[in-house]
Design a protein around this ligand. Sequence first.
Ligand code: EPU
Length: 412
Amino acid sequence: MRSLRIRGGKPLIGEIRISGAKNAALPVLAATVCFRDVCTIQDCPNLSDVDAAMAILTHLGANCQRSGKTITVDPRPIDRWDIPEALMQQMRGSVFFMGPLMARFGKCCLTQPGGCPLGDRPVNFHLQGLERMGARVRWEGTLCCTGPLSGNDIFLPYPSVGATENLLMAALGAQGEMVIHNAAREPEVVCLCDFLRLGGCRITGDGTSVIRIWQGLPGSAEMTLIPDRMEAATYLCAAAATNGYIRLTNADPAHLQSVIDVLEKAGCRIELEKEAIVLCADGLQSPGMITTGPYPAFPTDAQAPIMAALLRAKGETRIRETVFSQRMHHIPALCAMGGEIAGRGDTAVITGVPRLHGASVTAADLRGAAALVIAALSAEGESEISGLRHLLRGYEDIAGKLTSLGAKLSIG
Ligand code: EPU
C-alpha cells in the first residue's frame, strides 16, 4: 500500500468498530518484559508499530505470538537487555522498553528511538528520572543505564506520557516506594497501570498527577486494550468534514470529551452511548480557538485531523499546538487542496473556504497523513496521497473501514 487515491465529495455514512489503542498497546507490550509469567493482550491492532514492538520482544528472547487480535507473550526466556539501533529507530514506542528492562535486569542498552518528525523529541525526562532513582546513565555509542534503583520522589518538568510510563515501570524493580509528581494523566497511562495491577502490582493515583508505585514485579496478566481514542477522533473528524452520519462502536466518550466539545461547537450533533458515539454533521462553523495540551486538554494527536475537518467551516479558526514544536507539516498539503491556512509560530489560522479540490500530496507523519485523507474525502475530485507507511503505523484497516462508510478509494 504505497498510495491512496480518493474520490471525494461523498458523505461518510455508517457504523465502524474502533480498534484497540496503539498508544496503549505499545507500553503494555513493553511491560511484558518485567512480568514473571505469560501475558495475553486482547484487541491488539494490526499495525506496523505493534509489529515493531513484537520484533523487539522476539529479539530480547521472549516467545511472542499473534493470533487474530490476541498477542501472547511468554517473557520467561528473555535473556538480553540491549536493543539495536535498527529496532529502536522503527518507532518512538521502542523507548518504553527502558523501564521494564531496568525493572527486570537493573540494566539496559539502547539508542535514541525513532518516531514521527514532530520537532525535538528528547528522552531527558526519562533519563533524569532514572538518575534520580540511582541509575548510572552513560552514552557509549549506545545509551547504557545501570542500577540498582531505589524509589524516590520524582517531579516531571512536563507531564510526559512516555516518561511517566517508563518511570512507573522502572519503579517496579526499585527498592521501596516511588512517587511521580506532575505525571501524565492520559487514559493510556491508566490502561498500563491496570495491566500491571492485573499482574499483582501495587500502584495508586494513575489518572491523576501523582502516581505511587511500590516495588514488586508482576506475575501474569490477561487484558483487553482500551479503544483507540485517536482513531475515534479521526473518524469523527472525517464524518464532520464530509457532512456525514457515523456511529462508532467500541469508543469511550469519556476519553474524547475535549474533541467532542470542539465538534459540537463546530455544529455537529453528537449522541453519546456507554460505548458508542454517534455524529451527524450538515455544514460546519468555526469553533473559535483550539489549544492542544496534555490530557484532558485537546489532544495534539487530533490537531491535524481537526484542522482538515475545519477547512470548510465558516469563519476563522485558530489552532495552537503547545505539545510538539513542529507538528504542522500537513499545512502545505492541505493548502494544495484549496485550504486557506496561515501558519504563525505555533498557531495556524484557518479561514473557511466553500470547497476543496483534489490534489497529489505526500504525508510527512502519522496524524498528518490522516488529515490529508480527511481533506481528500471532503474535496471535489480525485486526490492521491503518498507516504502511506505513516498511516499503517496507526490506523488499522483504514481502507476497509472507509470503504464500509461509502468512501470511494483505491490503493496503489
Ligand atoms: N519531552 C521532553 N523530554 C522528554 C520527554 C518528552 O522534552 O524526556 C517533550 C516532548 O518533546 C514533547 C512533550 O514533552 O514536546 C510531550 O511528549 P511526551 O513524552 O508526552 O510524548 P511521547 O510519550 O513521546 C506519546 C504518544 C504520542 C503523543 C504524545 C502526547 C506514544 C507511542 N506516543 O508520545 O503519539 O502525541 O504522547 O500525547 O504513546 C501519535 O500517536 O501520533 C503520537 C505521536
